[in-house]
Design a protein around this ligand. Structure first.
Ligand SMILES: C[S@@+](CC[C@H](N)C(=O)[O-])C[C@H]1O[C@@H](n2cnc3c(N)ncnc32)[C@H](O)[C@@H]1O
Length: 290
């Protein structure tokens, strides 16, 4: 297949030492990737479908990385970025570089877009989720997927929340991290506090709710929430939940009533997984746009 792009074949001598290939080394080491991705202003798109979605969202590729047999799936998209080199190799060579088998097709090292400032979302949105300290990439991806599928306008991330552009978050989100607008709230102190962000959400006219099982909480479908013009809901991490500081900064605590409390089941559970709670909240928030 003929492409206008430069092609680097890993079967050729010394090709694996090319600096372009370094972007794809040791992808399974999350800490190493975080450092490297931040240093180079990049992120990794994994699977042909995710690469296609990233390109469709207007993100720019640094290079592509795949076996020859996956080339046809992306040939058109690749050709429309003729400056981005294409690195080709067989399965074993690609796996020896990345650390895992590429059964989902292509990878692409992408230039990381600069996220908007929180103010841009506060100006434009009517419904927001605020992810506080959610460090699990699977949960972050699943929450983005629900927000995209159920029509929430955007996402604000606390300073310690995991990166939506880490490859696991991207994959679980089905690429919705490229289309749901998100911004990072400023860090007020070294412990990751974000009280100034909470203030700016309320000053922008949002009812700020802490989604948490808490004393005095109103139910998610309470008229206080239904009637508010603009709503932002804080979600907490598995284990700690919404922090005391965030609960105190919120206008109201909001809960999804748990059936276990009624005694209809033998096992009484106190809470949902955060991504499941987010899906229920997105359904409720999404209905406001009707
Ligand atoms: C597993 S829960 C937090 C842990 C919980 N506080 C504990 O004691 O282990 C993770 C997050 O999901 C959300 N959540 C889960 N179940 C909820 C419910 N029934 N009502 C409101 N929020 C809920 C909250 O945002 C919570 O911070």
């Amino acid at each position: 297949m003929r492409l206008p792009n430069p092609v680097l074949r890993l079967s050729e001598p010394d090709a694996a030492e090319d600096p372009l290939v370094a972007d794809y080394r040791e992808l399974t080491d999350a800490a190493l990737r975080r450092r490297r991705d931040a240093e180079h202003g990049m992120y990794m798109a994994e699977s042909s479908r995710v690469v296609a979605r990233a390109l469709a969202a207007g993100h720019r590729p640094r290079s592509f990385f795949m076996t020859e047999r996956h080339l046809p799936e992306l040939a058109e998209a690749i050709s429309s970025h003729p400056d981005a080199p294409v690195i080709l190799g067989d399965d074993a060579v690609l796996e020896s570089i990345t650390g895992f088998h590429l059964h989902r097709g292509a990878l692409a090292a992408m230039h990381r877009p600069v996220p908007p400032e929180p103010e841009a979302l506060l100006d434009a949105a009517r419904t927001l989720l605020v992810l506080e300290g959610i460090t699990d990439h699977t949960n972050v991806g699943a929450i983005f997927r629900s927000a995209a599928a159920l029509g929430v306008d955007g996402m604000l991330l606390s300073p310690t929340c995991a990166d939506p552009l880490y490859r696991r978050s991207i994959r679980v989100s089905m690429g919705s991290v490229f289309t749901v607008p998100w911004a990072r709230l400023p860090r007020d102190s070294s412990d990751g506090a974000w009280a100034s962000g909470a203030r700016s959400i309320r000053e922008a006219g949002f009812l700020l709710g802490a989604l948490e099982v808490a004393d005095g909480a109103v139910a998610l479908d309470d008229p206080t929430i239904r009637r508010a013009e603009r709503v932002a809901l804080i979600l907490g991490a598995e284990g700690p939940g919404v922090t005391a500081g965030a609960l105190a900064s919120a206008d109201v605590a909001v809960e999804i009533p748990m059936a276990g409390r009624t005694g209809r089941h033998e096992v009484s559970l106190d809470s949902l997984n955060v991504a499941a709670a987010a899906a229920v909240a997105c359904w409720e928030l999404g209905r406001r746009h009707g």
